[in-house]
Design a binder for this molecule. Structure first.
Ligand code: NCD
Length: 256
């Protein structure tokens, strides 16, 4: 499933004067007859100059990229990475803060299965003086491979459970939904889904220039009242997705 990623990629290509083919329901393609990822990708790369692929399995776009001559963009692979959401997020932070370094970045919610968080941490590790505040219940902490990257980079980071406790120090707050589709049982999801709900009360001690982000879709984790606060940037963030994907397409096709 995808709203923003698919439509912003399609809009980006159309706005640049290109065209779009593809499918969003594998059951309407030969995948339903048992065609492999390798074969589907080889065929599609004969028809398209560039492929944006969202796939439920971690690593699928990487595997596909080894079989084709056209660029494959990872548009989200399982609970792993979502690099073009990160480009969107970087553009948003740059526009709001003027730079990508020297900030305290709070990431809140499902840090275990939230692929956007994994990609954003990896990218922000490249900028100077970024402090990562990882806010999640114990069961939804970042996976070990992300922890490893934080350690290797010698990053400043901490893990906390309370959002209120760290709110005053944050420059950017990146909210995420609890990823229902990646849970092994519904009971755990129901227990954890409303752990964090950002509302106006919780923002009382926040910085006046806090940037509130969310890759969307939002379920319940940001109260709709927050939408009217000038610190809420998530709809603008989605718009950045169109701009940055236009830039990415031009870059991958070698067009200046
Ligand atoms: C995210 C995703 O698909 O990972 N959405 C998006 O692409 N903007 C976030 C999510 O699904 O929670």
């Amino acid at each position: 499933p995808s709203t923003r990623t698919r439509n912003s990629f399609q809009t980006a290509m159309l706005r640049l004067g290109g065209q779009v083919i593809g499918f969003d329901n594998p059951m309407s393609t030969s995948v339903s007859k048992g065609e492999t990822l390798k074969d589907t990708t080889i065929i599609m790369s004969g028809y398209a100059d560039i492929i944006a692929m969202r796939h439920p399995k971690e690593g699928a776009p990487l595997v596909a990229s080894r079989r084709t001559t056209v660029p494959i963009i990872n548009a989200g692979d399982g609970g792993h990475f979502h690099p073009t959401q990160t480009l969107t997020d970087l553009l948003t932070i740059k526009r709001k803060k003027g730079e990508l370094g020297n900030i305290t970045l709070g990431l809140c919610g499902d840090l275990q299965f939230g692929r956007t968080v994994h990609s954003l941490i990896e990218a922000m590790l490249r900028y100077p003086n970024v402090k990562f505040v990882l806010i999640s219940p114990e069961e939804l902490r970042v996976p070990e491979y992300i922890r490893e990257k934080l350690r290797e980079a010698g990053a400043q980071w901490c893990e906390v459970e309370s959002m209120e406790e760290v709110m005053p120090e944050l420059d950017v707050l990146y909210m995420t939904r609890v990823q229902r589709e990646r849970f092994f049982n519904e009971e755990d999801y129901v227990r954890l889904k409303d752990t964090y709900i950002l509302d106006m009360d919780k923002l009382e001690n926040a910085k006046p220039d806090l940037t509130i982000m969310h890759p969307l879709p939002r379920v319940n984790e940001i109260s709709v009242k927050v939408d009217d606060d000038p610190r809420a940037c998530y709809f603008e963030q989605a718009l950045c997705g169109k701009h940055i994907r236009m830039a990415l397409i031009l870059d991958l096709l070698g067009i200046k």
